[in-house]
Design a protein around this ligand. Structure first.
Ligand code: TYD
Length: 202
């Protein structure tokens, strides 16, 4: 069977990527493609429990511990969900993956970037996205979309999210073949068309 594809969607909270991933999923299915729409953290099973801790635990969580919890979720997700689906020939659309840990725990929380990259490599065990789309938007706009009720990560503040945004832009600069930036302040329809343009090149 032909190997499927692995496409990841990245960006700061409130950037609109979840709307776009769903639109792309509907489009691909309407073309008769077999897809798997999934997310990190917390796609299924154990991951859902880790997500609950990561987003809602209200005691102290050290940045190092936070990184390992996201990485643990990723290792389980890759082994039990993503790789089997790719091997079945599916197009896997993943809402956040390795670049989130580089941007949030590396650039955002200040953990050494190279260390995060090494830990990511261990967690994914040889898997790399065929394409990564980063939805870029100014942080004031994206955080205003998140609303009043913020989870643990969303409560990190504007300075944190500006570092996350800059981190994403840096990742795109370093890996221009894999990573493409999309201007997420455009209309939903224009952004969707831009996504399709990039997907069709694959
Ligand atoms: P989620 O509700 O899925 O947010 P979004 O809809 O913006 O993707 O929450 C995931 C949160 O976890 C989000 O704030 C980003 C953060 N995160 C990290 O900090 N590191 C990671 O490695 C991952 C996968 C997510």
């Amino acid at each position: 069977m032909q190997r499927g594809l692995f496409i990841t969607f990245e960006g700061a909270d409130g950037c609109g990527k979840t709307t776009q991933i769903k639109l792309l999923d509907e489009y691909l299915r309407s073309c008769g493609k077999s897809t798997l729409l999934t997310r990190e953290p917390g796609a299924k099973g154990l991951g859902v429990k880790l997500r609950e801790i990561l987003l809602n635990y209200d005691g102290e969580v050290s940045p190092n511990c936070e990184s390992f919890l996201f990485l643990a979720d990723r290792a389980q997700h890759v082994d039990c969900i993503i790789k089997p689906a790719i091997n079945e020939g599916k197009i896997v659309l993943c809402d956040r993956h390795t670049d989130s840990t580089v941007a949030y725990q590396g650039y955002g929380r200040g953990i050494d970037i190279n260390r995060i990259k090494i830990l990511n490599e261990i967690a994914v065990n040889g898997l790399t996205p065929d394409l990564t789309l980063i939805f870029d938007i100014d942080i004031e706009t994206s955080l205003s979309r998140v609303g009043q009720e913020k989870d643990r990560m969303e409560s990190a503040g504007v300075d944190f999210f500006n570092r996350v945004r800059n981190g994403y832009l840096e990742i795109a600069k370093q890996e221009p073949d894999r990573v493409k930036i999309i201007n997420a302040s455009d209309t939903i329809e224009n952004i969707h068309n831009k996504v399709l343009e990039l997907i069709k090149k694959l």
